[in-house]
Write a protein that binds this ligand. Structure first.
Ligand code: HEC
Length: 390
């Protein structure tokens, strides 16, 4: 059987926040696939694209056939180039709970759909309605926060402004010290925010991160970080230029444990001394290592690489010589920073070396300073680390 789809789809779908327009106008494309938008494709997009591609979100909606069809060729290209979803971690090198990347199966399904004429599928399906549930924007993943703070209330992100990062300090208003177990940011306007990172302002210690694909930071069960009374948090927000001015206001929700947690998280940073990357230099290597003084369980990594970074690799070398790859960001995308949450926390014995190697390119005419650092969510193991047979 052979039929036609896309008749009259004129490529006029205007992207929500961004003035992106698909390049091609489709008429009478022969359909050569049984994979359809209303079923397989919408299900994959729901898992891997709706974090960002919905109405009012950071990029154009891909929730309905009408929205998505004009983008079929662009979708194919973005996927072949591994640009979408934006996820820099190399597959098989560390396993992450917040992994956004497409599986090989998902890639082949989407490509077959795009190559096969990108059909809608179900006869008489309403092509302007999403066939699957679209998660609403806003709200709190963990229920009402124990403390709700307002961030950046007077910020405006001007139209067409370039990407930029702003830093705000917010008083926690805590009368007494508390045990933090989770936090979540709620950007007022999802069109403008790429990421946010939250630190303890006094110590600079990393507390959590918000990205469109990973909205809340939760410590593993039984783990807590002490926040001092009357302390301040530093909130760094990465904004993206939009078509119209939007408010930069955000809310930060904090969640506390009633009791002292069984395991108190300890600050752990793998940080290189600042290195100068001369103008025009490529593949400049910056390497450092940190030796664990006590057995440590690690549950998440937050790499901060700065301008010019191309790649970073973090490995653990156990005292018995066994090398454990933790993270490899190969085509690092500075515009999409992310924390990397291990699917299973990793317990390492005392004496383990955490080795970080980062590479920088400096295409500019002036020297740049590279100071890569990786913050680690670390806490004492709940039981002694397993010893590997020699
Ligand atoms: C973390 C957020 C995020 C996720 C997840 C994501 N995208 Fe995107 N996408 C964006 C943003 C933002 C843009 C606009 C360009 C930019 O700023 O990089 C974009 C642009 C695009 C474009 C247009 C590129 C162009 O200009 O021609 C396509 C097509 C696309 N995404 C497809 C997808 C598909 C398909 C998925 C899921 C498999 C996906 N994206 C997942 C954020 C995301």
């Amino acid at each position: 059987m052979r039929w036609f789809a896309g008749v009259g789809v004129a490529g006029l779908a205007v992207a929500g926040a961004v003035l992106l327009r698909p390049a091609t106008v489709y008429t009478h494309t022969p359909i050569t696939t049984s994979i359809v938008f209303q079923k397989e494709i919408a299900q994959i997009f729901q898992r891997k694209c709706f974090q960002c591609h919905t109405e009012g979100n950071i990029s154009m909606s891909l929730t309905t056939y009408k929205d998505a069809r004009p983008w079929a060729v662009a979708i194919k290209e973005e996927i072949l180039e591994r640009r979408m979803p934006p996820w820099s971690a190399v597959n098989g090198y560390g396993h992450f709970a917040n992994d956004m990347s497409l599986t090989a199966r998902e890639v082949s399904i989407i490509l077959a759909w795009a190559d096969g004429g990108a059909p809608s599928g179900v006869l008489l399906a309403d092509e302007s309605k999403p066939p699957v549930f679209v998660p609403p924007l806003g709200g709190w993943d963990q229920g009402t926060p124990d403390v709700l703070l307002t961030v950046a209330s007077d910020q405006k992100v001007e139209a067409a402004s370039p990407d930029r990062t702003a830093r705000f300090e917010v008083a926690t208003g805590l009368a007494q010290a508390k045990w933090l177990r989770a936090l979540q940011l709620n950007p007022g306007d999802r069109r403008a925010v790429r990421y946010a990172a939250i630190y303890d302002a006094a110590s600079g210690r990393w507390l959590g991160t918000w990205t469109p694909g990973h909205l809340n930071t939760s410590l593993p069960d039984g783990v807590g970080i002490q926040l001092p009374a009357k302390g301040k948090l530093a909130v760094e927000i990465g904004y993206r230029g939009t078509d119209e001015a939007v408010s930069g206001e955000a809310e930060l929700g904090l969640y506390f444990s009633e009791k002292r947690p069984a395991q108190v998280a300890m600050p752990l940073e793998i940080a290189a001394a600042p290195a100068i990357v001369p103008a025009g230099r490529t593949r400049e290597r910056v390497r450092t290592e940190t030796v664990l003084k006590a057995p440590t369980t690690a549950s998440a990594l937050w790499p901060r690489l700065g301008a010019g970074a191309k790649s970073i690799e973090v490995t653990a070398i156990r005292p018995n010589g066994v090398v454990e790859p933790l993270l490899w960001l190969k085509n690092y995308r500075p515009d999409w920073p992310s924390s990397y949450v291990f699917r299973e926390p990793i317990t390492l014995p005392a004496g383990t070396r955490l080795v970080m190697t980062a590479y920088y390119d400096n295409a500019t005419g002036t020297a740049l300073q590279a100071r890569p650092a990786v913050s680690v969510t670390a806490f004492p193991p709940s039981r002694p680390p397993a010893t590997l047979a020699p």
